[in-house]
Structure formats: structure tokens, C-alpha cells
Design a binder for this molecule. Structure first.
Ligand SMILES: Nc1ncnc2c1ncn2[C@@H]1O[C@H](COP(=O)(O)OP(=O)(O)O)[C@@H](O)[C@H]1O
Ligand SMILES: [Mg+2]
Length: 301
């Protein structure tokens, strides 16, 4: 079967129902796929996707991050890499995957483009392109992470549903909570996805975090019969609004860094236990950080 036919066949299968079979995938030597997603933009998907991918890579897991915001790609920008049209060249088969992927140790990035006119003007079956990349390279990686664009476009939802796991990023404002619930509802109603992970970003207090988790998990359980596994919270770094990326990736002693280590640890322990033998632990010196107030009451409509 050609690559094209493989993605067509995969998309025709209703493989979304039921639990993820991470143990089977590991035994088959295939990468575990994780979509970092949310209904809303600006909640920290790209930041979280990059940090989680870098953390997994630093722990020894061969990790590929795919920027699925294929014409408004931010991952390369956040890493200070030059933006280019490589993704477009890959689609046109002018360059190979190996030629376009950025490598840094075990971390690999397939970036999108930024305002590429050809990509803008041509109607692409984006979910098939991403599935082709996954199917073509899943045996080379331990993890493939997908940084989702904002919104409820069908191609993004299909990729979210196809992934083994979905990390839904939510912030304390009402629109983020409502939009995350809408995303989870559509994934449930259209694709039969019953299980998601929750990462609460830009949190100001423990009480705020607990309230969001309680509200969302109870609503999802009650109205959709679904469940969420809570990955943890990341503090709101008001002291570094324009320097957030530096704090995120710097070798500083930040609370953000510690919290991402906990998030990744919780996920790998919960899902893989002893399946993946313990790899070299990620060590970094930590710096101080200050959290500010974000006084919004989480509610679900
Ligand atoms: N915990 C946080 N504290 C402060 N600023 C944050 C935090 N997480 C993300 N940001 C900032 O919020 C903005 C949106 O983040 P980004 O990761 O691009 O979100 P998305 O991919 O969901 O649009 C960026 O300016 C980023 O630096
Ligand atoms: Mg983004």
C-alpha cells in the first residue's frame, strides 16, 4: 500500500474508540503520539508542546515535535530558529523529511511555514499530510508530539482524535474553559474520544487550579461520560511576560521548569511505568519565579 493509501485507510477506520494501547504500540516499536491541543489560542499550547518535547528528549526519549499550525508556525520562532519554506518543499517532495527536520540531540522539530502563499492558496488535506509523516516515521521515534492550531477545524480534530493521547491546555479564563469543553465535547460526540489529559496553564493559585479541575472533570463526566487525567498546573509568569520563552527554555532555576518536569514524570509513570526503562534523568539548576494574580472565576456554561 502506498503512503497515500495508508493515510486514506487509517482515516477510514474508526480507531478512536476505546483506550489507547500504549503497551501494544511500544511492543510494536511505534511512537506514542500526543496532541497538545485546546479550543482557544494563546493558552500556551506551543509553549507546552515545545517544553514537553524538549523534556522528553532530555530524558533520553527520541522525540519528534510537528508544528501543525502549518502556515503560522511558532515553534521555530520560539526556539530562535530561522523561519523557512521547508514544510512546503517537503509536501512538494522537493526535500526529504531528513533534510527538513531540525535536530538537537534527541529533540526533532518539523516546523511549518509562515505566510507561505502556495500553502495559503492550495487546499491541502492537512490531516493526511500529518498522518503520512506519522506513519512514515513512527518506528524512528519514542514520542511524536503534535502542536495543534487553535480552533475546531476538522483536520485538527481528526489528528487530535487519531493521537494516542490529547493534552488539553486550559487557562483560568472563562472562554478558555468553555472552548476546551467544546473541543472535548466534539471529540466525544463525533469521534467517540472518551479520555483526555488536562494541563492547566497560567494558574495563579492552588484554589483556582483545583476549581478548574473539579469543574471540568465533573462536567465532562456528567454530560459526556468521559474522563480526564490531570497532568498538573503551570504558574502564570507575570514577571516575565516578554521574557517567557527565555524562562521556559533557559537553564534558570524556574518554577515553570520544575512543573513541566513533574507533568512529564506524571504522564510517563502513569502510562508507561516500567515499560520504558528508566532513562538518564534531566537535571537543570532552578531559578526563582514570581506568580501574579489572575482573578477569574472558572465556570462552565
Ligand atoms: N505560564 C505562562 N505564564 C506567562 N505567559 C505564558 C505562559 N504560558 C504561555 N505564555 C505566553 O502566552 C502566549 C501564548 O502562548 P503560546 O504557547 O504561543 O500559546 P498557543 O500556542 O496556545 O497560542 C505567549 O506569549 C507565551 O509566551
Ligand atoms: Mg500555538
Amino acid at each position: 500500500m502506498s503512503r497515500k493509501n495508508v493515510s486514506d485507510w487509517l482515516l477510514s477506520q474508526n480507531r478512536y474508540e476505546g483506550e489507547s494501547r500504549f503497551s501494544d504500540k511500544k511492543l510494536e516499536g511505534k511512537a506514542t503520539t500526543i496532541s497538545i491541543t485546546a479550543g482557544k489560542g494563546g493558552v500556551g499550547k506551543t509553549s507546552a508542546a515545545l517544553k514537553i518535547a524538549k523534556t522528553l528528549a532530555a530524558q533520553g526519549y527520541k522525540t519528534l515535535l510537528i508544528d501543525c499550525d502549518f502556515n503560522l508556525a511558532n515553534t521555530a520562532v520560539k526556539l530562535g530558529l530561522p523561519v523557512n519554506d521547508d514544510f512546503s518543499a517537503l509536501i512538494k517532495a522537493e526535500k526529504t523529511f531528513e533534510e527538513v527536520v531540525h535536530k538537537d540531540g534527541q529533540f526533532h522539530l518539523l516546523s511549518g511555514c509562515n505566510g507561505n502563499l502556495e500553502l495559503f492558496e492550495n487546499k491541502l488535506e492537512f490531516e493526511k499530510i500529518i498522518l503520512d509523516v506519522i506513519v512514515g516515521h513512527e518506528r524512528e521515534f519514542d514520542f511524536i508530539l503534535l502542536d495543534s492550531p487553535a480552533g475546531l477545524q476538522k483536520d485538527t480534530l481528526t489528528i487530535n482524535a487519531y493521537s494516542d493521547y490529547r493534552f488539553v491546555v486550559v487557562t483560568p479564563d472563562k472562554s478558555s474553559i468553555t472552548d476546551s469543553y467544546s473541543l472535548i465535547k466534539i471529540l466525544n460526540n463525533k469521534y467517540g474520544v472518551k479520555h483526555n489529559h488536562l494541563l492547566v496553564n497560567k494558574v495563579s493559585s492552588l484554589g483556582q487550579y483545583q476549581k478548574i479541575v473539579k469543574t471540568l472533570s465533573e462536567t465532562i463526566d456528567h454530560f459526556l461520560g468521559g474522563r480526564v487525567n490531570v497532568l498538573g498546573s503551570i504558574g502564570y509568569e507575570v514577571s516575565a511576560v516578554d521574557k517567557f520563552d527565555q524562562t521556559l527554555f533557559g537553564s534558570a532555576n524556574s518554577a515553570i521548569h520544575k512543573n513541566f518536569i513533574k507533568v512529564v514524570h506524571r504522564f510517563t509513570e502513569e502510562n508507561f511505568g516500567t515499560l520504558i526503562s528508566s532513562k538518564e534523568k534531566f537535571e537543570m539548576p532552578f531559578a526563582n519565579s514570581r506568580s501574579g494574580k489572575q482573578d477569574v472565576q472558572p465556570t462552565i456554561c
